[in-house]
Write a new protein. Structure first.
Lengths: 106, 257
């Protein structure tokens, strides 16, 4: 039941600096923990987060085992034109999720 | 003789301070003990990780299941209206059980009786999600639990448990949460123990968790044997805590450090 929460302002003025906030549901299992019987709990983390605006990449982050569960990613960008933000999370064990949000720039 | 009298007076004063209930006007939610950045996390729906469970709960609310092939929504319709203020009244008296049950137990009772589905395990993602979704509909509503006269003996039992010293550290809930809430324990605020935001997201757990999980962690913390999930004692403690917080606004899903 993976799901994302995205916060992108629906409207902005051209040249405004806007904040984009994303929250992705994920356990971020480090791969360093053991079960009671001594077996390693296999690593299961998000390894990469990308944000594209109208197809062009504007933000990318690599994620590592020390990052907490349900990673909250926030960054700033300048509003230049109306369009669509596309977000992509890729991780271990075939994890792949996408989300999108639109903005109107006046 | 004078010195003995003075000691006796001091002891009397100390015992009067001990187990003193927090005056209504001085009650504070755990929220007010947090740093501004953690508060901001709770305040904004898109930053509050508890909302991930609420989203899951909303999907589960509409899912048909069990032998009856019914969804929660088939009986209760839109939770935004039907579940408004409901969580603020829990734990509530259940006629069939003849005792109080909490919100998780109510959801499971509904599953068994009306959906004819297997009950969900305590702290499972699905049960937490449904509980969070239902509790979220009461956000901002004043807590009303414990008003039902049928609950009176159970509130009393919960209070007795709250005042009962236990474990190797020989501490009662009240020793920290009534007597020392303005101090810190290993760098963390002790807080007054008002259960206004459950189920809530604890950064330490990296997950949503129920009030029963919190209570079990506290009981283990004083090195006593924790009651099992769903034990009557835990529900009575929940009931006392909620009646103690009566009138305070519901925050679920809250965020705590």
């Amino acid at each position: 039941m993976a799901s994302a929460l995205i916060n992108v302002p629906p409207k902005a003025k051209r040249g405004d600096i806007i904040e984009i906030k994303t929250l992705m549901s994920h356990i971020m299992e480090t791969g360093y923990r053991h079960t009671a019987s001594g077996e390693v709990v296999p690593r299961n983390i998000i390894t990469s987060f990308t944000c594209r605006f109208n197809g062009a990449e504007i933000f990318r982050a690599d994620l590592f085992p020390a990052i907490s569960a349900n990673p909250f990613m926030t960054f700033f960008t300048t509003a230049t034109e109306s369009g669509k933000f596309e977000f992509e999370w890729i991780g271990d064990q075939g994890f792949s999720e996408t989300a999108s949000a639109s903005i109107t720039v006046e | 003789m004078k010195a003995v009298g003075a000691i006796a007076a001091a002891l009397f004063a100390a015992s009067a301070v001990f187990a003193a209930e927090i005056p209504q006007g001085q009650r504070r939610s755990g929220y007010s003990f947090m740093k501004p950045d953690t508060q901001a996390m709770q305040d904004e729906d898109t930053a509050n990780p508890g909302m991930l469970w609420v989203l899951d709960g909303e999907a589960l609310w509409k899912r048909k299941l069990g032998a009856a092939d019914k969804a929660c929504a088939d009986c209760h319709d839109d939770a935004r209206t039907s579940m408004k203020g409901v969580a603020a009244r829990y734990p509530t008296f259940d006629k069939i059980a003849g005792r109080p049950i909490d919100l998780e137990q109510r959801i499971n009772a509904c599953r068994s009786n009306h959906q004819q589905a297997a009950p969900l395990a305590f702290e499972s993602r699905e049960l937490l999600a449904l509980t969070a979704f239902v509790a979220r509909q009461s956000q901002g509503a004043p807590i009303e639990a414990g008003g039902d006269p049928q609950l009176a003996p159970f509130v009393t039992r919960g209070r007795e448990l709250y005042l009962q010293r236990q474990g190797q550290l020989n501490l009662a809930c009240t020793n920290c949460h009534d007597d020392n809430w303005d101090k810190r324990l290993a760098g963390s605020a002790i807080t007054q123990g008002h259960a206004t935001g459950y189920p809530l997201y604890r950064l330490e757990w990296q997950s949503l968790g129920s009030l029963q999980r919190r209570l079990r962690a506290c009981i283990t913390g004083v090195r006593a044997q924790a009651y099992d999930y769903g034990a009557p004692e835990l529900v009575e403690l929940e009931l006392y805590l909620m009646s103690r917080a009566r009138g305070m606004p519901m925050e679920a899903p809250a965020v705590r450090p």
